[in-house]
Design a binder for this molecule. Structure first.
Ligand code: HEM
Ligand SMILES: [Cu+2]
Length: 680
């Protein structure tokens, strides 16, 4: 079948001719620009980012309710709220949901929305693939949670060690949904990772050299490479587990000579880089927020970037610190103990650089800044307990106790999630055109911080006193009651803080609407990145003209010069350097239904595998072929839609590392600020 480049091929008969399918508007090009059709057919990175965020917040509520159930069960000795088997399912699904369906997609929400803007691009490299990765993630997450409707969730913990994960010990389908569902979700993350990597490499604006990119963009880039290499490892492990459970293979069956440690190695070769996949984007967010609210450039930009890259590399050499008590032998234990201690160095560099950025700065404690400071302090506590795990004899005491549960909640919740909340308050006006209320925001912050520490701090000493993790209950005589009740109270304070956040979103929107939608302007925080150069909310086409970049923090340098003492002096008003966002006929990738259709085929195939029923798979396979067929024949951009607002002329989309813009046309009247001037 010959594919003629560029020329849209004649669409199959019946499309665009009023046939029933056309009346459904499925095969013909979606033209809706508002309403649900515009969302399910969008290929706009900003809308996709907002959908990732909304989906992740939905799953945060699901994972949060599971966390409250855990805490209610453990609030008193001999608890009877949940049975042991349901308890196993609840903490397992809580862990899986919070990691794969909350923190990862929330970070991806920011990456999708911001990365093209921060590098000065119109969109990501492959807009339809981007939509596909979102729908695969979203439908994969629902598929995974649908296990609750088919006998219950996975119950072997979020890392489901073999042989516990075998049918012999977990006969219901929960772990089948885990092995198939995470493979589906993984496909979405992999496609997204490729897309974002190609966007950074190929789509940077003229002059946006790699070492002029914001730290957030760098941390997202490192994260995508970690995803690119880590996801295939867990996919292989899940594939083997699926075969063991569904097709009676023996990859982890001891009786057939297999070694269950294979699963642990495969899981943690993925699992440890996974923790950096969770934290690096939040590190990037803090590196954007702290300079803006300290009114100083990030301290040690190259060190910030290289320490992130170093963490990305070193993260591959520490996985067996999760297996110190699994019998891997003293040599391996010693080696992984040392490598784990080393990884504290680049992490420490980041913490020191954030403190040095704040040092001597004019600090504004906005809600966003408070959450970033929260990240720095809570993550440091988590990092320190992490170093204590690296001391393998001590870890033999700590492993599988609540000391570990405390540790990873301080780094993932205290680090990653607080960082993501910081980003939420920082970029909310850019995405939605109104500010979140700062007073309510500060309530959200303090309730979160107090609830968080009341929940997880006691777990350090509960663990050292011998309270194992994953126990459904304990006896009065164990002496764990008081601090478990404190932890449960803390969990409910966290729940209250989440309600305050939701209230803030709706109350701020209602107040803004009532005030006839006053616009916060392109740069409400007086910030530094290119994303603040375009109006709020960001126009669909992002930039009117390709921004030509001359320095790191280029937008800041357009606004501020430097006096003799090196102090920042305003040289231009924001209105003079910001883009108006009113360009017409901009060349935009066209919406499409085929990404969601293709994604929708995967759960069918998943159910067919789990229930070993090919009939269930038939609609999935048909949908898959139809979607691929439609996708191939659908021109990526509709000839009827407006084209060419001069972006092609400006060589938009092709970053060039020599800093020389290919065919750049600087905006009317704009003059570049002095090259490379480090303005404070
Ligand atoms: C919202 C407040 C939260 C509370 C009250 C909470 C509470 C808990 C508790 C008590 C456990 C231990 C269960 C056990 O071992 O029996 C647990 C496990 C876990 N939590 Fe959370 N958590 C919360 C948020 C989070 C967040 C935000 C994340 C990650 C992003 C997370 C990730 C995990 C993981 C991975 C596990 C391990 C599950 C397993 O043992 O397989 N949690 N959580
Ligand atoms: Cu680890």
């Amino acid at each position: 079948m010959a594919i003629v480049e560029q020329e849209p091929l004649a669409l199959p008969a019946g499309t665009g001719t009023g046939s029933s399918l056309d009346r459904l508007g499925v095969l013909s090009r979606p033209t809706a620009t508002t309403g649900w059709r515009s969302w399910i057919s969008t290929v706009d990175h900003k809308k996709i980012g907002i959908m990732y965020g909304t989906g992740a917040m939905f799953f945060f509520l699901v994972g949060g309710i599971e966390a409250l159930l855990i805490r209610v069960q453990l609030a008193q000795p001999d608890g009877k709220v949940l049975s042991a088997s349901v308890y196993n399912q609840v903490y397992t699904m809580h862990g899986i949901t919070m990691i794969f369906l909350v923190v990862m997609p929330l970070a991806n929400a920011f990456a999708n929305y911001l990365l093209p803007l921060q590098v000065g691009a119109r969109d990501v490299a492959f807009p339809r693939l981007n939509a596909l990765s979102f729908w695969i993630w979203g439908l994969g997450g629902l598929f995974l949670n649908s296990s609750w409707l088919f006998g219950g969730g996975a119950d072997g913990g979020w890392f489901n060690y073999a042989p516990n994960s075998g049918v012999a010990f977990s006969p219901h389908h929960g772990i089948d949904f885990y092995s198939v569902g995470l493979q589906i979700v993984g496909i979405g993350s992999l496609i997204s990772a490729l897309n974002l990597i190609v966007t950074v490499i190929n789509m940077r604006a003229p002059g946006m050299t790699l070492f002029r990119m914001p730290v957030f963009t760098w941390m997202v880039l490192v994260t995508q490479f970690l995803l690119l290499f880590a996801l295939p490892v867990i996919s292989v492990a899940l594939f083997l587990l699926m075969f063991d459970r569904t097709f009676d293979a023996n990859f982890f069956n001891v009786a057939q000579g297999a070694d269950p440690l294979l699963w642990q190695h495969l899981f943690w070769i993925f699992g440890h880089p996974e923790v950096y996949i969770l934290i690096l984007p939040s590190f990037g967010i803090a590196s954007e927020v702290i300079p803006v609210f300290s009114r100083k450039p990030i301290y040690g930009y190259p060190f910030m970037v290289f320490s992130g890259i170093a963490i990305g590399f070193m993260g591959w050499g520490v996985w067996a610190h999760h297996m110190f008590a699994s019998g891997i032998g003293p040599i391996s234990v010693a080696a992984f103990s040392i490598s784990t201690m080393f990884i504290a160095v680049p992490t420490g560099v980041k913490i020191l650089n954030w403190l040095a950025t704040m040092w001597g700065g004019k600090i504004r404690f906005t809600t966003s800044m408070l959450f970033s400071v929260g990240l720095v302090t809570m993550f440091t506590i988590g990092g320190l307990s992490g170093v204590s795990h690296a001391v393998s004899p001590a870890d033999t005491q700590q492993t599988d106790t609540y000391y570990i549960v405390a540790h990873f909640h301080y780094v993932i919740f205290g680090g990653a999630l607080l960082g993501l909340f910081s980003g939420l308050y920082f970029w909310w006006p850019k995405a939605f055109g109104y500010m979140l209320n700062e007073r309510i925001g500060k309530w959200h912050f303090w309730l979160t911080l107090i609830g968080f520490n009341l929940t997880f701090a006691p777990m350090h000493w509960l663990g050292l006193q011998g309270m194992s993790r994953r126990i459904v209950t304990y006896q009065e005589s164990d002496g764990f009651t008081f601090w478990n009740q404190a932890a449960t109270l803390g969990a409910f304070i966290i729940a209250l803080s989440v309600l305050v956040l939701i209230y803030n979103v709706f109350a701020s929107y209602a107040k803004w609407k009532k005030a006839e939608r006053p616009n916060p302007g392109p740069d409400p925080w007086d910030a530094r990145g290119l994303e603040w150069m375009v109006p709020s909310p960001t126009p669909e086409h992002n930039f009117d003209e390709a921004p030509v970049v001359h320095a790191q923090d280029d937008f800041w340098h357009r606004k501020y010069g430097e006096d003799e003492e090196g102090r920042a002096v305003r040289v231009k008003a924001t209105e003079e350097v910001a883009q108006r966002g009113d360009a017409k006929d901009v060349h935009l990738p066209a919406p499409s239904y085929f990404p969601i259709l293709l994604a929708a085929s995967l759960p069918f195939i998943g159910y067919a595998v789990i229930f070993k029923n090919l009939w269930i798979g038939v609609p999935g396979v048909l949908l898959l072929f139809w979607a691929v067929y439609g996708w191939v024949f659908e021109p990526p951009d509709d000839p009827d839609l407006p084209h060419g607002n001069g972006h092609e002329e400006a060589g938009h989309g092709g970053g060039s590392d020599d800093g020389e813009p290919a065919q750049a046309a600087l905006p009317e009247g704009a003059e570049a600020t002095s090259e490379e001037a480090p303005v404070g």
